[in-house]
Design a protein around this ligand. Structure first.
Ligand code: COA
Length: 261
């Protein structure tokens, strides 16, 4: 049973949990409450062994998330804004979440919305989705990892172009940049995302966790550090019952039943 949230819906579909940012009248803009509830929902889902994969999406058909709640910016000082960004960050919670997190992007994916998607492990977009870091138009810059994660994902040239111009790009262009993994017709978005999520949910939770951490290390460490970390995480998999099950199932020509142990 899920806790109830004012700005989110949390729904379980077998081994996949769908977290829907539910402020469609504000294009699902991320206010303080939404960020806090998102982080709280992740805490709940982290402990739930029945949940193997988490999907983030936005309510309605217009927006995934249209960015930080700009109305909250009006009263903020440098100090209060810094506190917001360095407190219990939803983006960091997604980035370091021990299970795969998928962004199911159904419309405007802008500013902090794009940064939330960038913190996820996979991004599946509807043909109607659009992407951008338009902060420059407000006289500010991305502050939720946009200048870093976007640059790692699409390279400095494309990241610089998006961040300096504030230009909004369509889903196909985002795909050509490597910003999203897959683009599908709007009516197929949920089915396609759940198909991918369910496929991942069948794998060993232990191996998924090690794989996520190892891949994330690549953009944070030197090659030598990353290769060493990979060996440690690879070796750690050998201490899991899931590894015994995976190898045994292969040898017995059957499907493995991973328990996350
Ligand atoms: N923060 C706060 N409120 C937002 C918002 C945001 N990021 N994005 C949209 N809203 C609100 C609007 O103020 C409006 O509220 P109102 O009905 O009380 O006036 C409501 O959501 C609908 O927005 P509207 O602009 O009428 O919808 P649209 O479908 O015509 O346009 C956008 C959608 C996303 C293109 C447009 O709202 C927009 O440009 N939003 C800001 C995007 C941005 O700069 N994000 C980065 C923030 S750092």
């Amino acid at each position: 049973m899920s806790q109830s949230y004012e700005t989110l819906l949390v729904e379980r579909r077998e081994r996949v949990a769908i977290v829907t940012i539910n402020r469609p009248e504000k294009r699902n803009a991320l206010n303080i409450q939404t960020r806090a509830e998102g982080a709280a929902a992740l805490e709940e889902l982290r402990e739930d062994e029945g949940v193997r994969v988490v999907v983030f999406t936005g309510a309605g058909d217009k927006a995934f998330i249209a960015g930080a709640d700009i109305a909250e910016f009006a009263e903020r000082t440098a100090v209060t804004q810094r506190d917001v960004m360095t407190g219990r960050s939803l983006f960091t919670a997604i980035d370091t979440f021990p299970k795969p997190v998928i962004a199911m992007i159904n419309g405007y994916c802008l500013g902090g919305g794009c940064e939330l998607a960038l913190a996820c492990d996979l991004r599946i977009a509807s043909e109607r989705a659009s992407f951008g870091q338009p902060e420059i138009n407000l006289g500010i810059i991305p502050g939720g990892g946009g200048t870093q994660r976007l640059t790692h994902l699409v390279g400095e040239g494309k990241a610089m172009e998006l961040i300096l111009t504030g230009e909004i790009i369509d889903a196909q262009t985002a795909y050509s940049y490597g910003l999203v993994n897959t683009v599908v017709p709007a009516e197929e978005l949920e089915a396609k995302t759940l198909e991918i999520a369910n496929r991942i949910a069948e794998k060993s939770p232990v191996a998924l966790r090690m794989a996520k951490e190892a891949v994330k290390t690549a953009s944070r460490a030197t090659l030598d550090e990353g290769l060493r970390r990979e060996i440690d995480l690879f070796a750690l998999c050998f201490s899991s019952a899931d590894k015994d099950e995976g190898v045994q199932a292969f040898l017995e020509k059957r499907k493995p039943e991973f328990k996350g142990r």
